[in-house]
Design a protein around this ligand. Structure first.
Ligand code: NA7
Length: 533
């Protein structure tokens, strides 16, 4: 076996998590490189180029805070970053910190095996070359393995097939074409209004309606941006001390039932007008008490009924299957209004699934729908998909995938017991996807970096998570989740969106502030739960 390269640290993925990890490792003098399957940096914002793709967190928050120079020099143009703006930002970060020379593009990692006697990993690339490294860091993202449902006949379709999460670089032109789209999650909700602007006809196949709130996108006024920058320290601190890592969403103080119905509705109305996720932060009990949640859910359903002209279409767009906020809450620009257009049809497939896709379109409930192009906005094998796609094997020849057959188990969402020197950034049971992702990435990368430095400074050869502490963390994660309404929804948070995936609630919903306190206590207690050898 020929080892093509030896590194201290091999990082998989050149999104924000991978780039910040690389920067930290290089700044400490480690020999570190990223391996990335795409041909550029950006991760999520490299792949999700679909029409209307935008972050659902405001740019002034959704950005790196580790470099004061970076956060002062970058000028966000829009309130919510578009895919092109976020992709440019990712490239800017890459150039500013001189990372590109340490990134291997167009290279997929297929296997990683821990070798006991050298206490290192042998990592296999898709061209079969092997890289040796002491530390293996997965920065592979949570929503990076597109889910194309297995529908009979999909290969026979004669038109173009797209997935929102693997969109081509050249934007397809839907002018004069009939487009079918499957999926009404965030990606569908963002792309449907834009595709409807150019397509001759748009057929939306909806299995489950989703709650969506108006984003109220706008250009970012320069004075607002500059004022935010002047106070960045304060805002970043507020974000760290919050539950979702967003400065303006501080914990509410009153229950939905502490106020009269009129007052409650005017609070919801104000949040609706403000846009974004403000409504979810109106009351303390919206995500813990179904009755409280119902008040917000019904408010939004009534908005849908007001916006959509056709009463039966409006009713089909009203979600009843899950409490509001227990699936990722969509933010939209004229999503519901789009169903008032003559060229847009909603096809409800909730009771009768798609039977088959054929040459010209698809068949559901005995009716054939024909179209020129088919868009899958069908989401991702979230949180575990990208990890399980790599055959990760420990010294006992046990694969991580087999360990996770009944669901992922991690310590802090960062390490897995019996897989030494192996780290994940925002893995399952981390607050990652339930937070401002870049804030969590920074916190995790710093934590991992400190762990590695502790190991290095003390001349240890390996660090491992103790299985007892891992079990406790998994239990804590579940206990917190089950004290909320989150598990009531069928969502990618608990793997329900993937056929055959074991149901487990994966994100940590205890909040980023609590999570950070726990991590800080672990550091203070000499890395409780980690063993060094
Ligand atoms: P989501 O939120 O997982 O949405 C996927 C959508 O695709 C959802 O409406 C699904 O319906 C639908 N879907 C999936 N499989 C099928 C089949 N077989 N038939 C019909 N409809 C199907 O993915 P997104 O990409 O929109 O968003 C992912 C995250 O990215 C989002 O949460 C943000 O954090 C950003 P279902 O609800 O399962 O009935």
């Amino acid at each position: 076996m020929k080892i093509y390269k030896s590194l201290d640290t091999l990082i998989v993925g050149a999104g924000f998590a991978g780039m910040y990890s690389l920067h930290k490792q290089l700044s400490e003098g480690f020999k570190a490189e990223i391996f990335e399957q795409g041909d550029d940096v950006g991760g999520t914002w490299y792949w999700n180029r679909y029409p209307g793709a935008r972050c659902d967190i405001e740019s002034m928050d959704y950005s790196f805070s580790f470099s004061e120079e970076l956060q002062q020099e970058w000028n966000w143009k829009e309130k919510y970053g578009t895919q092109p703006e976020l992709f440019s930002y990712a490239k800017h970060v890459c150039e500013k910190f001189n990372l590109r020379k340490n990134i291997n593009f167009n290279t997929k990692i297929t296997k990683a095996k821990f070798i006991k006697n050298t206490q290192s990993w042998l990592v296999t690339c898709d061209d079969n070359s092997i890289v040796k490294c002491r530390y293996l860091i997965l920065a592979t993202g949570n929503l990076s393995t597109p889910n194309i449902p297995k529908i009979n006949g999909v290969d026979t379709f004669k038109g173009n097939i797209f997935h929102t999460g693997a969109w081509p670089k050249e934007m397809p032109d839907f002018k004069n074409r009939t487009v079918g789209i499957i999926g009404t999650g965030s990606s569908g909700v963002q792309s449907i209004p834009i595709i409807a602007e150019t397509a001759k006809e748009l057929l939306v196949f909806q299995r489950t309606p989703n709650f969506s709130l108006p984003a109220r996108h706008s250009k970012l006024p320069i004075d607002k941006r500059e004022n935010y920058k002047k106070n960045y320290l304060k805002y970043r601190q507020l974000a760290k001390n919050s539950s979702f890592g967003i400065a303006k969403y501080q914990p509410p103080t009153q229950s939905a039932f502490d106020v009269s119905e009129n007052e409650r509705n005017s609070i919801y109305q104000k949040a609706w007008e403000e846009g974004g996720q403000a409504m979810l932060f109106s009351f303390t009990d919206l995500l813990t008490d179904k009755k409280a949640n119902d008040t917000a859910a019904e408010f939004v359903r009534n908005k849908i009924r007001e916006i959509v002209n056709d009463k039966s279409i409006a009713e089909k767009l009203c979600p009843f299957d899950h409490p509001i906020g227990t699936k990722r809450l969509c933010l939209d620009s004229n999503y519901f209004q789009t169903y008032n257009k003559n060229n847009v049809s909603l096809i409800d497939i909730s009771k009768k699934p798609i039977d088959e896709i054929n040459k010209h379109g698809l068949v559901t409930n005995g009716t054939e729908y024909t179209f020129d192009d088919l868009v899958f906005a069908t989401g991702f094998d979230a949180m575990t998909g990208a990890v399980n796609a790599i055959n990760i094997i420990n010294e006992d020849e046990v694969s991580l995938k087999s360990k996770w057959a009944e669901g992922p188990k991690t310590y802090l969402g960062i390490m897995v017991s019996e897989f030494p020197n192996f780290f994940m950034i925002t893995g399952p049971q981390s607050p990652g996807v339930k937070s401002q992702m870049i804030l969590s990435i920074e916190q995790h990368v710093d934590f991992i970096h400190n762990l590695i430095m502790h190991k290095k400074d003390n001349n240890y050869s390996a660090v491992n998570a103790k299985s007892k502490n891992q079990d406790e963390w998994v239990k804590h994660n579940n206990d917190v989740a089950h004290s909320t309404l989150y598990p009531l929804a069928h969502s990618w948070y608990n793997g329900d969106n993937i056929v055959g995936k074991k149901r487990n609630f994966m994100p940590y919903v205890g909040g980023v502030a609590n999570y950070k306190n726990i991590c800080d206590e672990i550091i203070e207690s000499d890395y409780k739960g980690f063993e060094f050898s």
